[in-house]
Design a protein around this ligand. Structure first.
Ligand SMILES: *[C@@H]1O[C@H](CO)[C@@H](O)[C@H](O)[C@H]1NC(C)=O
Ligand SMILES: *[C@@H]1O[C@H](CO)[C@@H](O)[C@H](O)[C@H]1NC(C)=O
Ligand SMILES: *[C@@H]1O[C@H](CO)[C@@H](O)[C@H](O)[C@H]1NC(C)=O
Length: 341
């Protein structure tokens, strides 16, 4: 009979390599993402059990993934989604965030994903981000996580070319990222119709969001609501067999004293921001009202970081978008597990 530790390692290898083999041989890239997710969760659980295994399995798994084993037990993943935004901020020396250490959040075991974790999770995926400058800043946060500083320095000028699209393929991990400049809701609706064909490949992850331009140039919140409703209808008419994982990038907190033109100070008010938020809620495009898109609540995150995190009253320091990105990645880990249940 095998000693239990060897048995455990054998079981671990089966769980580890069988899905990888299947995914590599037979399944679409979308499935790859799910399997990568399972793999990630498996490693997570393995680390959890590591003290009971041989020290070698601990070395192999824990040292690669988590420097110290997480001290909590896992909740059923779906019940953790509502806790993803429970983060708190410290401001000394610099603004930094972490998940709330209180009981329900802690037991979800959210992890800020490192470069290797994220590379495994997103391996083989196509990520499409469409929106305004907030969306561009989210893409920057993603590239900061996935690229080394030298590669990052060379892509940044292209990413920040004013009012333009941006595309990058990270060949060694098969990750494709598209940023599509879509400052108005109508632009997002159009590109959903244009870019997502009824034939593969389909994006695995989509992040959509706009509103600042509308607020500045139209100011009419019910008109905005209609436009966002148009995005929702375009999402429902996507013809890919499996809907991508979809996120809505919410509007930021506006610091009116820092807004840099008189028009912005006059038009981009708190009251209007509230009204725009209510309109998004009314469209039921968001998961919390039964829709398909999960909110990345930039307003909440930027408020936590505070007015010292913005120079122009609407674009925030990288740390805010990093928080949004990590919330998104943890949601993907959770959803990858749910889809195979
Ligand atoms: C990504 O997946 C491919 C095979 O599908 C594999 O060869 C490669 O090592 C993976 N990369 C990472 C970083 O996991
Ligand atoms: C976005 O929409 C506006 C207004 O409909 C249009 O003028 C502009 O050309 C569009 N931009 C892109 C990038 O499609
Ligand atoms: C605001 O937009 C709505 C919906 O498009 C429209 O019916 C209404 O007349 C607009 N209000 C103003 C003041 O333009």
């Amino acid at each position: 009979m095998l000693p239990s530790a060897q048995l455990a390692i054998f079981a671990a290898s089966v769980v580890l390599f069988v899905p990888m083999g299947l995914a590599g041989l037979h399944l679409s890239r979308t499935k790859m993402l799910f399997f990568s997710g399972i793999l990630f969760i498996f490693l997570f659980v393995a680390v959890h059990l590591a003290p009971y295994f041989l020290s070698i399995s601990h070395l192999l798994l824990a040292s690669i993934f988590f420097p110290s084993p997480p001290p909590y037990s896992l909740l059923p993943p779906s019940s953790c989604l509502p806790f993803l935004h429970r983060i708190s901020w410290t401001h000394v020396p610099d603004p930094a965030w972490s998940w709330d250490p209180s009981a329900p959040v802690r037991s979800c075991g959210f992890q800020s994903l490192s470069n290797p974790d994220a590379s495994i999770l997103l391996n083989g995926s196509w990520i499409l981000v469409a929106g305004d400058s907030q969306a561009r800043l989210l893409v920057l946060a993603l590239l900061r996580l996935l690229l080394d500083p030298t590669s990052l320095a060379s892509v940044e000028p292209d990413l920040f070319k004013r009012h333009s699209d941006y595309h990058i393929a990270i060949a060694d991990r098969g990750i494709k990222i598209d940023f599509l400049w879509a400052p108005y809701e109508r632009n997002i609706t159009d590109l959903l119709a244009r870019n997502i064909q009824p034939v593969p490949p389909y994006p695995d992850v989509m992040v959509l969001g706009s509103g600042l331009w509308h607020m500045l140039h139209f100011t009419n919140s019910s008109h905005y609501g209609e436009a966002v409703n148009g995005i929702k209808e375009a999402v429902f008419s996507l013809r890919s067999p499996v809907l991508p994982h979809m996120f809505w990038l919410g509007l930021p907190t506006l610091i009116s004293s820092k807004l840099n033109t008189p028009e912005k100070r006059e038009r981009m008010t708190d009251a209007r921001l509230e009204a725009y938020g209510r309109e998004v809620a009314r469209t039921k495009i968001l998961r919390q009202s039964g829709g398909p898109l999960m909110l990345l609540d930039i307003r909440w995150l930027s408020r936590g970081c505070g007015s010292q995190c913005t120079d122009d009253g609407m674009h925030y320091n990288g740390v805010v978008y990093n928080a949004a990105l990590q919330i998104m990645l943890n949601a993907l880990v959770i959803e990858s597990q749910q889809r195979i249940e």
